[in-house]
Design a protein around this ligand. Structure first.
Ligand code: C2E
Ligand code: CA
Ligand code: CA
Length: 444
């Protein structure tokens, strides 16, 4: 956690702040439920009920105004506090975090305005609810005045966001950058909710023993089941997830889900079977990574030599010291390591013997062109030989034809993966692919 942010716990019923208080912090809900409300003539008017991933209290910070609502924990609630000084500093430097606050503020006011508008509408057909017309009129007038206050605030904030913002070095931020930021901020909120609401799923792509022509393992690949019904591939969300701390949480969920799957196939179906799990370089910034993965392998009863963590060259290049230390520790847990997408990055061969890799995954850009490009063919052959000389197994990715599979067999590549064998599929379909092995009564 960033040193400028603090985690605080509230009990059910506690006020986090009250209407009129001066704002010192904005908040992100880590867990629990928070109600935002207005007090009018001792009547509590609920404005919003917020849960994990939601931000609140940001408007007073952005506007430097007193709290316009009260915030109360409805259950035991953990929040990250973001102090005003931190936000101000970020505004000055036009940091994405600040733009996130601004964006969220605008969105909240729109929501408030809309809700209050609905309140007025719902009151209008029922003047009989009030003892006299005067009460009714004053209530609706008051509500209208609240709406107009909110609308005014929203306009001011809209102006603040859309007018050129001073960036570092005084260069104005372009409209395009702001638009991108708005989109990113909305996405980040959606992604936080997606994690909280468990909208992610793992799909599994078979990894085939090329000599025996049978499925011996799989790679776990994450997908986002978007509320719209779409299945979103990692290219649609991974960059955004990796640019925030969300990757840490999602990364653990992925590891746990994948280890559980390995354990089910290995311990219950009794098949010798490995699962490959992708680790993002960003996950290594979390000091607790290795011990948590160790714990996950324990609790899921996964077979450690049959869990393979895949990392890419960028991890080794961006932070070689951290990578050396972390990969050694990861190897000490008993799990295996693979270098992924080999050949697409800087590909210094010196990495290969400096790091304790068990397997080398040849990138699909070489495999998919090797049947028609002599150069790709030579690269694939050399990579296979290099891996074998360094006592590593080879997994060739992106096999799309029987010709490619045959070429790789000739060159003694151990494993293959690609659409020729199967696309990544959900767990039920994957288990169906394993049926021939189960029928043969193979025991691990
Ligand atoms: P990757 O690790 O290289 O994963 C292999 C990608 O190649 C997958 O794309 C897979 O669907 C695709 N693929 C496999 N065989 C073929 C083939 O024969 N032809 C073609 N054209 N493509 C093939 P996917 O699932 O879209 O994942 C893309 C990338 O997103 C992954 O590349 C990996 O870098 C990242 N990713 C996926 N799942 C995870 C995850 O759980 N954690 C992390 N950190 N990254 C992930
Ligand atoms: Ca991979
Ligand atoms: Ca790969």
């Amino acid at each position: 956690m960033n040193s400028s942010k603090n985690l605080t716990t509230f009990d059910a019923g506690d006020y986090i702040f009250r209407e009129g208080d001066l704002g010192e912090n904005a908040y992100i809900i880590e867990s629990g439920i928070v109600e935002l409300s207005l007090d009018r003539d001792h009547q509590n008017i609920v404005i919003a009920t917020l849960s994990e991933g939601d931000i609140f209290g940001e408007t007073a910070i952005v506007e430097h105004s007193p709290r316009s609502t009260s915030a109360r924990a409805l259950s035991a609630t953990k929040v990250t506090e973001i102090p005003i000084d931190y936000v101000r500093q970020k505004i000055e430097h036009s940091d994405p975090t600040v733009r996130m606050f601004l964006r969220s503020t605008m969105a909240r006011y729109r929501e408030l305005s809309a809700r209050l508008g609905h309140m007025i509408e719902s009151l209008l057909p029922f003047p009989g609810k009030f003892e006299n017309t005067k009460d009714y009129t004053s209530t609706t007038m008051e509500l209208k005045s609240i709406v107009s206050q909110f609308t005014d605030m929203q306009k001011r904030i809209d102006q603040a966001v859309t007018s050129p913002v001073k960036a570092v070095g005084d260069s104005p931020v372009s409209e395009r950058t702001l638009e991108i930021t708005r989109v990113l901020v909305t996405e980040e909120k959606l992604l936080r909710q997606a994690i909280a609401q468990q909208q992610f799923r793992l799909h599994y792509q078979p990894i085939v023993d090329l000599m025996q022509n049978k499925i011996v393992g799989c790679e776990a690949l994450v997908r986002w089941h978007h509320p719209s019904g779409d299945l979103v591939l990692p290219s649609g969300f991974m960059t955004q997830i990796e640019s925030t701390d969300l990757i840490i949480k999602l990364g653990y969920w992925i590891a746990e889900e994948a280890c559980r799957f390995q354990s089910r196939v290995y311990n219950q179906l009794r098949l010798d079977f490995f699962v490959s799990i992708n680790l993002s370089g960003k996950q290594f910034n979390d000091a607790g990574l290795i011990s948590r993965l160790d714990e996950i392998m324990n609790t899921t009863r996964a077979s450690r030599p049959r869990i393979k963590f895949e990392v890419t060259e960028s991890l080794l290049i961006d932070n070689p010291e951290l990578a050396t230390q972390s990969l050694k520790q990861l190897k000490d847990t008993g799990a295996r390591l693979a270098i992924d997408d080999f050949g697409t990055g800087y590909s210094s061969f010196s990495y290969l013997h400096r790091f304790p890799f068990d397997a080398l995954k040849i990138d699909r850009s070489f495999v998919s062109t090797m049947a028609r490009s002599h150069k790709s063919e030579q690269i694939v052959k050399s990579l296979i030989n290099l891996a074998h000389d360094l006592e590593m197994e080879v997994v060739a990715e992106g096999i799309e034809s029987s010709k490619e599979a045959d070429m790789l067999r000739t060159w003694n590549a151990e494993y293959g993966q690609g659409f020729f064998f199967s696309r990544p599929v959900d767990e039920a379909s994957f288990l169906a692919l394993l049926k021939p092995r189960i029928k043969r009564g193979e025991v691990g």
